[in-house]
Design a protein around this ligand. Structure first.
Ligand code: NAP
Length: 260
């Protein structure tokens, strides 16, 4: 394992399993000090234990990313335990429903945009003073391939992920002068619990067809991605090897085409 992020302090949200966990593990194995979080305390304790068993220096906080108090605890923990912050990875994303966009409930829109977009914006806003204090740093958002090409029946989720691509560019322009880089990763279909929930939506909402079956043939590599394959991209973007890259979204989707 290379040590690109050695000695840096990183917060990774939604990181007790799936892509977030793989990112925390990757950064930790590179020698970063990591703060992980998710909503359920039992998940946080389990993940911290597993990562420490690997020799990673990690702290964990129960934090729903939409909860201001809990986000404050996240930053306080990074500051108190590790002395500041260099890297923020905003990874939390939800998809509470599936329907045509024009039939979606207000509550579904609100939940999707609160967690996927507003919380990412607030986390970046709250991380900013810490990164400035360090003389620079890196923010990475996790979007999705569907941010480039909305997929039925998860159109609202897709649009929230498009918004993150714009948010990346807008913030990157503003904070470049502070030596802060802001980038984004757009994963294709990754083998996690989240993907299996989306798979269920694709079967149940229409009833007549299994849209999931159409997905694999659209991936030139003919396989799902693994969380570790997203973690490697995030680690690169967070590191000094990406020192001239900001405002970008890297698609990691097995060759699936990404068109705006
Ligand atoms: P996952 O395997 O379902 O993992 C979800 C993680 O997030 C868990 O640790 C969960 O723990 C935590 N979490 C959920 N809601 C949270 C919240 N509001 N605040 C804090 N933590 C929360 O999901 P994933 O597939 O790794 O997805 C991670 C990100 O990648 C998401 O933004 C997703 O949209 C994006 N993405 C995924 C795929 C894919 O195919 N998997 C593709 C493109 C993009 P608790 O239950 O304890 O909260």
């Amino acid at each position: 394992m290379n040590r690109m992020n050695k000695g840096k302090v990183a917060i990774v949200t939604a990181s007790t399993e799936g892509i977030g966990y793989a990112i925390a593990k990757r950064l930790g194995n590179e020698g970063a000090f990591v703060v992980i979080c998710s909503r359920k305390d039992t998940n946080v304790r389990r993940a911290v234990k597993e990562l420490r068993r690997e020799g990673i220096t990690v702290e964990g906080v129960a934090c729903h990313v939409a909860d201001a108090e809990q986000r404050k605890t996240l930053f306080d923990t990074a500051n108190a335990k590790f002395g500041g912050l260099d890297i923020l990875v905003s990874n939390a994303g939800v998809n509470p429903g599936a329907s045509p966009v024009l039939e979606a409930e207000d509550a579904t829109w609100n939940k999707i945009f609160e967690v996927n977009v507003k919380s990412s914006w607030l986390l970046a806003k709250e991380a900013y003073p810490y990164l400035v204090r360090r003389g620079g740093g890196s923010i990475v958002f996790i979007s999705s391939i569907v941010g480039y090409k909305p997929v039925w029946p998860i159109g609202l989720y897709s649009v929230s992920k498009t918004t993150l691509i714009g948010l990346t560019k807008a913030i990157a322009n503003e904070v470049a002068r502070d030596n802060i880089r802001v980038n984004c990763v757009a994963p294709g279909v990754i083998d996690t619990k989240f993907a299996s929930i989306v798979r269920k939506f694709m079967k149940l909402t229409d009833g007549s067809e299994d849209l999931w079956k159409e997905i694999l043939p659209q991936i030139p590599m003919r396989r799902l991605g693994q969380p570790s394959e997203i973690a490697g991209v995030v680690a690169f973007l967070a590191s000094n090897d990406a020192s001239f890259i900001t405002g970008e979204t890297v698609v990691a989707a097995g060759g699936t085409h990404a068109h705006l």
